[in-house]
Design a protein around this ligand. Structure first.
Ligand SMILES: [Fe+2]
Ligand SMILES: [Fe+2]
Length: 466
């Protein structure tokens, strides 16, 4: 069988990668742009090469994998972004299989790309693509077969459940600790493991739920959010699954020392006095004591102690606690200190009734990168939350207002947005739009013109995300 040819797997990976490049460039530029036409030429030569050796070339998306003539294509790390992109585009347009039956030329692929780009935002995209391709019989298209658990609303529901389970566990466990009870980390492990699983395949939805901040239950939501953001960031840094689970657990306990701070200081609706700040700054050391009380010394406990102690020390060690001979901050602490600052800044607090916009928080943190914040980890963090982090309120050039709900890793300026008003300012019920969508003149339908202050609008983010 020709498919066993040793070169075919590599050719298959190149083919997928090149198709990704073709569609991406076509989405940004017009179809006759030289970037698009040269990408198409390269794709045509790759596919004709395969047609010569294999006769029929069938490229199919099944579940999360592409198959070339029934052989599953290895997920190439170096091409991860293009693979992910293509999978998503296929799903969006319900395109399942492309079969090329004989040699093709650039005009055939140009027609396919044009059909693809112009149909991707229609009601039934696949039907439209197929209709536009009906004049080209040597390229056959098949509809994507639905995989059973692919319903996005179900995934959202499941993630919402996991999130609130984590918050309620955190509430229970932090209360237990403050009353000096021993705690059971098995449950923490279970909960964090399911968060880790969700982050590995639905990062964006999970990042979305961290935009939920609760005024009355700040500490529990904050601890849960810091745990989720840390795991997501750790994943991008390439940590192993086991490390991610450990990181998620220790992040959950980073502020455990706050349980010992008197409520009138912790929840004071005004600025703290110098003396009150002194008390507040004890929480890293108190955290260490709490953790020592509740656990035997194993590796996880030691990591939890380190993070509780170091998370306010700052990258350049100018924070607190101030040590005489400080050593460099631990990796977990450097991660948690970034996600901790970000979540705290973007939260509503008793002394700060209006949260800072995610975008503002990032720009303030950026000034600290290299001094108070590890610049490399911060770079990964910015990339993860995007140019317009999830939860940012944005004005579009259409005068519609929306909330960023999902990032586009390839086009950071063009996330997905939930519209909350129409172009005359009337409230509408959360319609999701994709800012890469183009009209038939090949122009983007919507572009962000500015970010807005959420204080002016009474928005319950949970309502839009869940
Ligand atoms: Fe803290
Ligand atoms: Fe914190």
């Amino acid at each position: 069988m020709a498919s066993n040819d040793i070169e075919t797997p590599y050719k298959a990976i190149d083919l997928i990668n090149q198709l990704g490049i073709v569609l991406r460039t076509a989405q940004i530029h017009s179809i006759n742009n030289v970037a698009v036409t040269s990408a198409i030429d390269k794709f045509v030569s790759l596919i004709n090469d395969l047609v010569r050796s294999e006769h029929n070339v069938s490229l199919e998306l099944r579940g999360e994998y592409f198959y070339l003539n029934e052989n599953r294509i290895r997920y190439a790390l170096e091409y991860l972004l293009n693979f992910d992109y293509l999978t998503r585009e296929f799903k969006k347009t319900e395109l399942g299989t492309v079969i090329v039956k004989s040699r093709i030329d650039a005009a055939d692929i140009k027609a396919l790309v044009a059909a693809f780009v112009s149909s991707s935002f229609l009601e039934s995209p696949f039907d439209s693509i197929q209709e536009k391709m009906s004049g080209i019989p040597h390229i056959e298209l098949k509809r994507l077969e639905r995989v059973a658990d692919d319903d996005p609303t179900d995934v959202r529901k499941m993630i919402k459940k996991t999130y609130f389970k984590a918050v309620s566990y955190t509430r229970g466990v932090l209360k237990q600790v403050s009353s000096g009870e021993k705690i059971n980390l098995k449950k923490a492990k279970r909960i964090i493991t399911s968060l880790v699983n969700h982050i590995l395949d639905q990062e964006q939805i999970l990042l979305g739920v961290t935009a939920i901040k609760d005024y009355d239950e700040y500490t529990y939501h904050h601890s849960t959010n810091v745990s989720i953001l840390s795991v997501a960031l750790g994943q991008r840094l390439g940590l192993s699954r086991k490390m991610l689970i450990d990181l998620g657990i220790v992040a959950l306990f980073h502020d455990i020392g706050k349980m010992d701070i008197p409520g009138e200081i912790l929840n004071k609706p005004a600025a703290l006095t110098d003396d009150e700040w002194k008390v507040m700054k004890n929480h890293p050391e108190w955290g260490v004591k709490s953790i020592l009380k509740i656990r035997n010394l194993d590796e996880l406990t030691i990591n939890a102690i380190i993070v509780a102690f170091e998370h306010h020390m700052k990258f350049n060690l100018t924070g607190y606690p101030m040590l005489e001979n400080p050593a460099e901050m631990d990796l977990f602490s450097r991660i948690v200190s970034i996600t901790d600052q970000y979540d705290a800044m973007t939260s509503v607090r008793v002394y700060k009734k209006s949260p800072m916009s995610p975008e503002k928080a990032i720009s303030i943190m950026r000034e600290d990168a290299g001094t108070g914040i590890d610049p490399l980890i911060f770079k990964f963090f910015v990339n993860m939350v995007g140019a317009y982090p999830i939860g940012t309120l944005v004005m579009l050039d259409t005068k519609e207002i929306g909330i960023v709900s999902e990032n586009n890793q390839l086009l950071l300026q063009r996330p997905r947005v939930v519209l909350i008003t129409d172009n005359s300012g009337n409230q509408i019920k959360g319609r999701l739009v994709d800012l890469t969508e183009k009209n038939d003149r090949d122009e983007f339908m919507r572009t962000i013109t500015k970010t807005m202050d959420p204080r002016q609008y009474n928005i319950n983010l949970a309502e839009y995300f869940l």
